[in-house]
Design a protein around this ligand. Structure first.
Ligand SMILES: [Cu+2]
Length: 482
């Protein structure tokens, strides 16, 4: 009898936890989560459209789009899966866009209208394209089950956005994102300023681990790039992996001139190593020595972009550049001290059930998916967010549709150039205070970009009051954004 009671005392709560964790086979992301108004107004009482404490009755994400019309940059990308030969010659199981991985580089001049028609030839689980770091209209954000249905074989989706911001970005699938991005469904997006780069050479360097082997633009080892002696070159490093990559330069100092597509004010020459967050970008300017000696931009210690004469690999410098204290401080375009909303995004980990599966799962503000926060804002709000990590692992946090400025790390205020990010490594035991303006209405994913982690529940959403989505996770399109 005692044994039976003891067994029930364990089994009944466990059974309840298991049942409580089950996620419906088909659900709206907009109706999940716990509304968090961040101390701002929660909307007028008795509003006609309320669901789970969040207002509805505003635009749906598929209405938040550029109207059809002519485009300056207009291309079609055809997605395929299967055996793929990389530019390095290695053959992998993966994905291509127009027959290659990385997919074609998309290049626009600031102000141009970009239109990309995505066609799925044969990827059974479906595909999408997300414009990582580009603040596109919500309906073009490319997140399956949130801003569109996954494009199934034989289907297509046309993305349109105006290239307002110059800088280095990338695109990748956001349907079953972890295996599809690992397998190569991505490419570079480069927007050059109106005035161009003048005499400065422009060298995109998309780095990716295919089957654990480091590549730059699909090639292994040293990749020679064009840069005449005496010329200044801008190397646009894009980290398409799930973990950070270290970059440093041998043969000349470099200047960190942009982070995540935003220019650094007053960059100074450095010989330090630089960590680039998973999903993040760094633009390094290097002067190729006029005396004909070479330069190596080392990427992860096993690949390099090289200019000029051959030189041996450079050991990684012990010092690391800290963007928190780099460059010249300049005024922000808004006042983070006058924030309308203040949110916490506290990442932890504990045992429990995730959709009925027992494990050690990520938590946000103490709760597991789907009981994570739904951050609610209004257009025009100044928003502060404190991201804290006590989960035992680093998390590259990525908010869609917005660029945030770093205010402080572990309470230490930023003193350098405004450090704008869309992808920010938050190491275990550390915290960041960031701020942004809610200037892009929609329903936005705010997740970890170690894509294995959101698939394990490390994701939340930011919603503008009233915005809804007609799309559902699961469902007929088999939407599975992570
Ligand atoms: Cu993570």
């Amino acid at each position: 009898m005692v044994a039976v009671v003891a067994a029930l005392a364990i089994l009944v709560p466990v059974g309840w936890l298991w049942t409580d964790s089950l996620v419906p086979a088909d659900y709206s992301v907009a109706e999940m989560g716990v509304p968090d108004h961040g101390g701002g107004p929660a909307g007028p009482a008795g509003h006609a459209g309320m669901h789970g404490g969040v207002h509805t009755g505003g635009p749906a994400v598929d209405q938040l789009r550029e109207p059809p019309g002519p485009a300056d940059v207009d291309l079609t990308l055809v997605a395929r899966g299967g055996r793929v030969t990389l530019p390095s010659g290695r053959v992998i199981d993966g994905y291509t866009l127009n027959g290659t991985t990385p997919g074609p580089e998309i290049r626009a001049v600031q102000g141009q209208m970009v239109q990309v028609r995505l066609v799925n030839a044969d990827v059974a689980e479906g595909v999408t394209l997300h414009w990582h770091g580009y603040d596109v209209p919500a309906g073009d954000d490319g997140v399956a089950g949130v801003t569109q249905d996954a494009v199934l074989p034989g289907g297509e989706f046309v993305y349109r956005f105006r290239a307002e911001q110059a800088g280095t970005f990338w695109y990748h699938s956001h349907q079953v994102a972890d295996p599809q991005v690992k397998g190569g469904l991505f490419g570079a997006l480069v927007v050059t300023p109106h005035a161009g780069l003048g005499e400065v050479g422009d060298v995109p360097a998309l780095t990716h681990l295919y089957d654990g082997r480091r590549t730059v633009n699909g090639r292994e080892g040293d990749v020679a790039a064009a840069g005449a002696p005496g010329q200044r070159v801008r190397v646009r490093v894009v980290n398409t992996d799930n973990g950070p990559v270290q970059v440093w330069v041998g043969g000349a100092p470099y200047r960190l001139v942009a982070t995540d597509g935003d220019e650094v004010d007053g960059p100074t020459p450095s010989t330090d190593s630089l960590a680039i967050t998973a999903g993040g970008r760094a633009d390094l300017e290097v002067d190729v020595p006029a005396d004909g000696s070479g330069v190596r931009v080392e990427i992860g210690g096993s690949s390099a972009v090289t200019f000029g004469a051959a030189r041996p690999p450079t050991p990684r410098p012990a010092r690391e550049l800290d963007p928190l204290h780099h460059g010249t401080p300049t005024a922000l375009p808004f006042d983070p001290d006058a924030a309308d909303r203040r949110f916490d995004y506290v990442i932890g980990r504990r045992p429990g059930f995730l959709d009925g599966t027992p494990g050690l799962w990520w938590t946000v503000n103490g709760a597991m998916w789907p009981d994570v926060p739904m951050y609610v804002v209004r257009e025009g709000d100044v928003v502060r967010m404190r991201i804290e990590n006590g989960s035992g692992e680093v998390h590259p946090m990525h908010l869609h549709g917005h660029h945030a400025v770093v205010l402080a790390r572990d309470g230490v205020p930023a003193t350098g150039s405004p450090w704008w990010v869309d992808s920010l490594d938050v190491a275990d035991g550390h915290s960041y205070d960031v701020a942004f303006v809610a200037d892009n209405p929609g329903l936005w994913t705010d997740h970890c970009h170690n894509l294995a982690h959101p698939a394990e529940g490390l994701t939340a959403h930011l919603v503008y009051e009233g915005v809804t989505t007609p799309y559902r996770a699961g469902g007929h399109a088999h939407n599975d954004p992570e």
